[in-house]
Design a protein. Structure first.
Length: 569
């Protein structure tokens, strides 16, 4: 029996002549109601002008169509009654759709039968299907499975094959469905020659970005081509990349398909500039320039500049050398960082850091090993105190990217572990830093957790270079305090907890946070500083960000207001 009215979908469009209202009665599924409404409302203009006889024909048509839509969602033997309700308002029509749902059909079994080939197992196709035994049957999922089977045929080299039959047998007595697909497989094709046109890069270097199994004579796969394309378009070398298999000239004797790659080089220099203002650094400017590869093997030079009114100008120059055989996962770079003059701890600070690094990456991690040389110069104005530190050092780090995402329903995670050791006996130390961030999507809000821990071990109590001390404050682990006001120290730990909530769909978020941290020469559990705060931020699709926050130091006085405005070009 139909249940009382559950949901009424009302669409009243401005019209001088008539109006149409659709009422769906007897079901609770908003998805089905929306599907019915969207289908019928497109005939609004026709219904408004229809005669009584035409409306009678429409009722029969809509009854049949709604029955099909309900079966599309897996409900069979449902009862549907459609009729126009008398309305006293002239020129107004009310179409009522009264539904008594049948039983939901469950998938009993799914089978795939192959005709014409014995090179591939049927279970490979079955494992790719979304419809599984025990699921509630859905025609929508069934149709998507047919499309995915066609894609799978391409991925295994059967580019001229087809889904010959797809059938659903429904046992209305037991409400069980058997799904069957019949695939007729033709010839299985293989990769032929890879023809690469690139004026500014060696073709072997571009080919090295292709999946390892994409070689001449290997089975053709559209998935491998898509993977190669996705890697190439991420590179800074190109403005345009096209990869086109030549299906019109397949080698009939060997079934080889040649692949043609065309590229358009990027500009000689690619720029990214950000300008902004915040209450910590005042006005600041960031600029990064990547130059056109200086040779045909992808060697790149990039320059990064950051200027702010408080800490002056810093420069970073990096020369990157990708691996010739595995450029996606291995690279070497030479990096130089220069801070000419900056105010630090009531003095003037100058910093130069030269580093030779080797990078290697896997699916979930990035490894880095480096040999560096550091030079620092610190002077106190109106004082004879001066400190100059220089030393070689070794550095190693590992970055875990999204390692726990699939395991804990995270939408982002990043864990960095850094270790550094001095090679100068007079400044002998060992330094470790752990930095982890996790981002959870909890449907009603986004939760971010960030944790930092660092410690320095040194011999004979000798002083460290200033850049190797830890300090907290501002956005660096402890909002509510001035920048680098907690510390400097040889032991550091901080925890940040932030909850974000979207306001509407315009890129506006409100957030609240709690920070706690400590930085000193020895760890004192009672010495942790804490702050709480609220904020509002706006993120535009045009790379324009505005962020404001109010933070209160729990163990201090007053509040700290943070405002930042940034635009990327």
């Amino acid at each position: 029996m139909p249940i009382p009215l559950i949901m009424i979908i009302l669409m009243s469009l401005a019209s001088l002549r008539a109006d149409v209202t659709i009422e769906v009665v007897g079901i609770e599924s908003s998805e089905i109601i929306t599907e019915i409404h969207d289908y019928i409302i497109k005939d609004k203009a026709i219904i408004e002008q229809a005669s009584a006889d035409e409306l009678s024909v429409m009722v029969d048509f809509y009854t049949s169509k709604v029955t099909q839509l309900i079966e599309y969602f897996g409900y069979y033997q449902s009862e549907v009654d459609s009729y126009f309700v008398t309305n006293d308002e002239p020129g107004s029509h009310v179409l009522r759709v009264d539904i008594s749902l049948g039983n939901r059909v469950t998938v009993k079994d799914v089978s795939v039968h192959l005709i014409g080939s014995t090179e591939i197992d049927e279970q490979i196709f079955i494992s790719e299907l979304k419809t599984k035994p025990g699921d509630e049957f859905s025609l929508q999922r069934y149709e998507r499975d047919k499309s995915s089977l066609m894609q799978l045929l391409d991925n295994y080299g059967y580019i001229r094959s087809d889904v010959e039959q797809s059938m659903v047998y429904v046992d209305t007595q037991d409400n069980l469905a058997s799904v069957k697909y019949v695939l007729r497989l033709g010839m299985r094709y293989r990769f032929g020659d890879l023809n690469i046109k690139a004026r500014h890069l060696n073709s072997k270097f571009i080919e090295a970005y292709a999946p390892g199994s994409m070689t001449k004579g290997a089975y053709y796969s559209s998935r491998l081509i898509e993977s190669w394309y996705s890697e190439l378009v991420k590179l800074p070398y190109f403005d345009l990349v096209t990869i086109e298999p030549d299906f019109n000239n397949i080698h009939s004797d060997s079934n080889l398909i040649d692949v043609y790659v065309n590229t358009k080089p990027a500009d000689f220099v690619r720029h990214v500039t950000g300008v902004g203002y915040d209450s910590i650094d005042w006005f600041y400017l960031n600029h990064k320039a990547q130059f056109h590869p200086i040779n045909r093997y992808g060697h790149m030079v990039s320059v990064s500049l950051r200027y702010n009114q408080k800490r002056r100008l810093s420069t970073e120059i990096t020369y990157t050398v990708p691996s010739l055989t595995n450029p996606m996962n291995e690279a070497m770079d030479i990096r130089y960082v220069h801070i000419p003059t900056a105010t630090f701890a009531s003095g003037e600070y100058r910093h130069d850091d030269f580093q030779f690094s080797q990078h290697s990456s896997s699916k979930d991690a990035i490894f880095n090993a480096a040999l560096g040389f550091l030079s620092e110069h610190y002077t106190m104005p109106n004082s004879s105190y001066e400190q100059h530190d220089y030393m070689p050092y070794v550095y190693a780090s590992i970055v875990f990217t999204d390692w726990w995402v699939d395991r804990l329903n995270m939408i982002n995670s990043l864990i960095t572990i850094e270790n550094e050791m001095s090679l100068r006996q007079a400044k002998n130390y060992y330094r470790s830093l752990w930095n982890a961030s996790f981002r959870f999507d909890l449907s009603f809000l986004i939760l971010e957790l960030r944790h930092q821990w660092g410690q320095v071990w040194k011999n004979n109590g000798r002083s460290l270079p200033l850049s190797r001390y830890f300090a907290l404050g501002s956005s660096n682990g402890l909002r509510g305090y001035n920048g680098h006001s907690i510390g400097p120290g040889e032991v550091m730990q901080s925890v940040q907890i932030e909850a974000q909530k979207a306001i509407g769909e315009e890129g506006i978020y409100t957030y609240g946070f709690f920070d706690t941290g400590y930085a000193a020469d020895t760890l004192k559990w009672s010495g942790y500083q804490k702050s709480i705060g609220l904020g509002l931020m706006y993120r535009s699709n045009l790379d324009f960000d505005v962020k404001g926050s109010v933070a209160h130091p729990i163990h201090g006085r007053g509040i700290r207001v943070g405002i930042s405005i940034e635009k990327m070009f």
